[in-house]
Write a protein that binds this ligand. Structure first.
Ligand SMILES: Cc1cc2nc3c(=O)[nH]c(=O)nc-3n(C[C@H](O)[C@H](O)[C@H](O)COP(=O)(O)O)c2cc1C
Length: 399
């Protein structure tokens, strides 16, 4: 073999080895990231998922659980009335609380309302009207919330056949709820503003803010709240404990956070999960805090409008009603081509948040109302991936 031939052969072998090692490494990272693991945790997002149940109440539960909830904890349990096939009960699940960021369990109650609203949309699609009797067995004992949640239903839900029932937002149930990306700079159209402003719910009020001064102030609250939360160790530990970075862990938990919540999907999801699993510091406290602050800053820079949901008082019933209105708002927004993201930090009741909490209330709830949800709204730049949901049967318990 001549010298040039030998040199070319050595180059080819070297390049081949490098490519093989790179391909093997990528394959290993993707495998660790779960590319071959079935995504059972996404099953409830299929419209056909409800077909797997014969009892209509189970069909409704299987779609109500698509509702948004604080930290995606899905803090819901249900019982089916054994004597009346038109009746079921919703309970808050005291094993699924987030006490660091939600010390008064207020957001847990807002999350009961989102479940009820989703359930009513699913019921209407099937030709049923729903009646919600809130706290039918009485109010919680606030000194022993966990026991109250286990024994006192949030709602008695009664179904009644209704030929007039319609569900114009039914298709929105199956689309990702929360979009944390920057939105386009398009202002809300008159039709979108009118559609959202028309939403009503007993006990809770929705306000939309689209002018520049409010945008600046509400964006600043969003950023300040995120900064303070990232410095609150109990809050970051609480989020980290429910963050699942492998497909196996996601299939076990089917709740909490994952990389989808940062907008990552497809090939990139498996790559990122593999890297996080192999190098955990990539997702450590410092990296997560930096990421949360950067995401919020970029997000509020590109937000067409903000929504505030407030209640005159702050009773458990009002908190649930605020959640019902939030779910209506979120579903209608999607029907109208919009998406949203709650920015809950400044509404949270722990000591280091007290100053911005008081400021946002003084500015936007001057008559002493409680702001239950602060939400950014806009036209999406990207479709966000859907997040984990539990199997419907795991929500059901026998009292
Ligand atoms: C009461 C409540 C508070 C929430 N607060 C926030 C928040 O501060 N920031 C955020 O990005 N999402 C927030 N969310 C959205 C949830 O994180 C989200 O619903 C959950 O992770 C499930 O994801 P999905 O809505 O995309 O299905 C909140 C939702 C609810 C119901």
């Amino acid at each position: 073999m001549t010298a040039p031939h030998r040199a070319r052969k050595v180059i080819l072998i070297t390049v081949g080895c490098v490519v093989a090692v790179a391909a093997f490494s990528l394959g290993a990272v993707l495998t660790v990231g779960g590319i071959f693991v079935p995504t059972a945790y996404l099953q409830p997002w299929a419209q056909s998922y409800a077909d797997g149940f014969t009892d209509v109440r189970m069909k409704l539960i299987s779609q109500a659980l698509l509702a948004p909830s604080g930290h995606n904890m899905q803090p819901w349990t249900v019982t089916l009335d054994p004597d009346d096939s038109d009746v079921l009960y919703l309970y808050a699940d005291p094993t699924r609380l987030s006490p660091a960021v939600d010390p008064l369990a207020r957001q847990v109650m807002v999350s009961q309302g989102t479940f009820l609203e989703y359930l009513s949309v699913s019921a209407a699609e099937r030709g049923y009207a729903t009646t919600f009797d809130l706290f039918p067995d009485g109010e919680y004992d606030e000194t022993d919330l966990a026991a109250s949640m286990s024994t006192l239903p949030v709602a008695r839900i009664t179904l009644a056949a209704d030929t007039e029932a319609t569900a114009p937002d039914y298709a929105s149930l199956f689309r990702s709820d929360t979009n944390r990306a920057p939105y386009t700079d398009a202002a809300l159209t008159a039709e979108q503003t009118a559609g959202l402003s028309a939403l009503t719910e007993t006990g809770a009020a929705l306000q939309l803010f689209t002018d520049a001064a409010d945008q600046t102030d509400l964006a600043a609250y969003g950023v300040e709240g995120t900064l303070i939360e990232t410095e609150f160790a109990a809050a970051t530990a609480e989020s980290a404990a429910v963050f699942h970075s492998t497909e196996g862990a996601k299939n076990n938990a089917r709740s909490g956070f994952a990389v989808e919540g940062q907008g990552t999907s497809g090939f990139m999801k498996y790559l990122l999960q593999g890297l996080i699993t192999l190098v955990p510091s990539l997702n450590g406290d410092a990296a997560s805090a930096k990421n949360a602050i950067a995401m919020t800053a970029a997000a509020v820079e590109h937000t067409a409008a903000y929504g505030l949901i407030s209640t005159a008082g702050n009773t458990r019933t009002e908190q649930v009603q605020a959640g019902m209105l939030y779910a209506q708002f979120s579903l209608k927004a999607r029907t109208l081509g919009l998406v949203m993201q709650p920015l809950s930090q400044v509404l949270q009741e722990y000591p280091t948040m007290a100053v911005p909490y008081a400021a946002v209330h003084a500015q936007y709830a001057p008559e002493g109302q409680t702001i239950q949800m602060l939400v950014r709204v806009g036209t999406p730049t990207v479709e966000y991936p859907t997040s984990m949901r539990r199997a419907a049967t795991t929500l059901v318990h026998t009292p």
